[in-house]
Design a protein around this ligand. Structure first.
Ligand code: NI
Ligand code: MN
Length: 227
């Protein structure tokens, strides 16, 4: 089974697997680096890691047009329902659900989470995806934490923030990779605005020093086959 990934800037990715399109943390209309607008986004499922605007601001409008099913924690799904989202799969930290494209596990993230209107959004999180032939860890917005090693088993791809200031930075992301040991490492949550500017090429060189691990750097809008 082939898996394709497209980066739409910041933390927004499109994963294509088994004929399903999984959009992660859509932030398109107000993102300075997004190559598409929300009206152009395709999705069968939308995964939302936490309630901050730079992860959720386009979810309701994309779901309304595409009828994509939204996967997030209970609090965020409840809030999305009030925004008109018809189909949600609510879950919470540590839980795993089976969907037509594979399993989705809700993972820990050390961050904060409030929705754009101030509503508490429960705990922030990440996702561990068990697809047909690929395990992908999406860390979400988080600090480095040692329990990341619990997500390392048979891990193919790790998507980690490197922007610093609001999440872990490049050096802590390297420490995270020592715990996760994925085959491929993908950075996100950087270069969207000046406070989170980072040199992804320099980071990629540090990833290569870890051995048996390939950094995969995307330009916004770029689509690549994984693994
Ligand atoms: Ni955040
Ligand atoms: Mn963020």
């Amino acid at each position: 089974m082939s898996h394709h990934l497209t980066w739409y800037g910041h933390s927004c990715f499109l994963i294509e697997t088994g004929g399903k399109r999984i959009l992660v943390d859509p932030f398109l209309d107000d993102s300075p680096t997004a190559p598409i607008k929300a009206k152009d986004a395709a999705a069968d499922y939308i995964l939302v890691t936490h309630g901050h605007f730079d992860h959720i601001s386009d979810v309701a409008k994309i779901s309304a047009r595409t009828r994509a099913v939204c996967v997030s924690n209970f609090e965020i799904c409840t809030w999305l329902g009030k925004q008109g989202v018809k189909h949600c799969e609510p879950m919470n930290t540590g839980g795993e659900i089976a969907l037509p494209f594979g399993k989705v596990k809700s993972t820990i993230a050390f961050h904060s989470s409030t929705l754009p209107d101030g509503t508490p959004a429960g705990n922030p999180g990440g996702f561990l995806l068990s697809l047909d032939g690929a395990r992908i860890y999406i860390a979400g917005d988080t600090a480095l934490f040692s329990d990341m090693k619990l997500y390392a088993a048979n891990l193919d791809v790790a998507i980690l923030p490197i922007g610093n200031r609001f999440t872990m930075g490049p050096e802590d992301a390297i420490e995270a990779l020592k715990l996760l040991r994925p085959k491929q490492a993908i950075p996100c949550h950087y270069n969207t605005w000046p406070p989170i500017e980072q040199d992804a090429t320099a980071w990629a060189a540090e990833v290569r020093k870890l051995g048996n691990m390939e950094p995969v750097i995307f330009a916004p809008g770029e689509r690549k086959q994984l693994l």
